[in-house]
Ligand binder design. Sequence first.
Ligand code: FCB
Length: 479
Amino acid sequence: MVTAAQQSGSAIDGTRTFPKNFLWGSATASYQIEGAAAEDGRTPSIWDTYARTPGRVRNGDTGDIATDHYHRWREDVALMAELGLGAYRFSLAWPRIQPTGRGPAVQKGLDFYRRLTDELLEKGIQPVATLYHWDLPQELEDAGGWPERATAERFAEYAAIAADALGDRVKTWTTLNEPWCSAFLGYGSGVHAPGRTDPVAALRAAHHLNLAHGLAVQAVRDRTPAGTQCSVTLNIHHVRPLTTREADVDAARRIDALANRVFTGPMLQGAYPEDLFKDTAPLTDWSFVADGDLERIHQPLDFLGVNYYTPTLVSETDGSGTHNSDGHGNSPHSPWPAADKVSFHQPPGTTTAMGWAVDATGLYDLLRRLSQDFPRLPLVITENGAAFDDYADPEGRVNDPARIAYVRDHLAAVHRAIADGSDVRGYFLWSLLDNFEWAHGYSKRFGAVYVDYPTGTRIPKASARWYAEVARTGVLPGA
Ligand code: FCB
């Protein structure tokens, strides 16, 4: 058998060839692009509510219109085809399919995703559907949200509806996108919807998101043909200690537990890490973990989706850092329960428009570590990319050399990880389109395609052309 590592190669001129079946894609999320917030039976999600709350989102921006993808989907799929993408990762809006979060599905909502996936398949683009990218139906939040077990049960029902309706077309499913953000930014620091600031609620939310994942995997597997792939996408933090001092190394361990192992433990190994229980003991005894939950959460997965943007640098509190990390918004409340003795530092190097340090070695190290920790689990980069202050020049062109450099360096890191033995199957650029960047509103542009918001006009940036060539040839040019 020829392994991926053997298939991929580097040439003397610095070009790197990726394995033959490597999947080249791009990603989006429902609330960030769809708009049509009140159309065809869709009801508010927690993000609609949050965005309408004064002071929550920069400039008062909302996803009401966004990129208007709900109406322009055909044009957007045509753009993907033009860019030669092999796969498209998108998310289903729960409140579009099951508006109150319970009960029967809305046909019009399902039809939208049926049309979209048909068009993708017609153009030879593999649909990769995420069930949850943060738009919880508001009614479920009103009933307690993710800190409550019932939300996980509702999610399993919704997953069953989605699998029944789309399982003949969609062969690759992702349950959750970045449950860390849902739990710890949504219920801990409050910089994401629903904006609560209760560390115990955040830990409870993490557990019920884990449970939701396990139940949804079961629901999808029960209803879809053999060979259907199930996965979850985690924003695994690559946590580095500021120094080799024992206290700093321990700070990194603590954050690794709260950021990563709180999910990978139960999902991939069937148990929460003991050190997580110990660290959080002053807050909770975790009695919300019921008998049988861990078996339900621990489902076999076909791959792990990894989102990576920047590394995380921590130390024991020394007065110089902050309690926050990764530019995840400003809040007096920490997203890290029981970690008051940890400080976060700006990693060295240049930054993107998000203020995130550009460091592709973090991606390499992360992939290598995951391959060592979970040797039989294939990996897919489900998000990687960068925001820059892009603009259309007088000729209507958008030149974004910094994004090209960012993506090239990160793809080189992926290539190196494959060459060193990591089983990485694909890469999804975040994002296809400029879009609603959560609490930053429309101020941050991550797209390969520029969106002129007043008119909705799409302009492929230079990086889109560059990425299309890489996707077409499977070859990464030298720097
Ligand atoms: C990730 C999210 C995605 C996008 C990027 C920049 O955390 O999954 O929706 O906002 O960050």
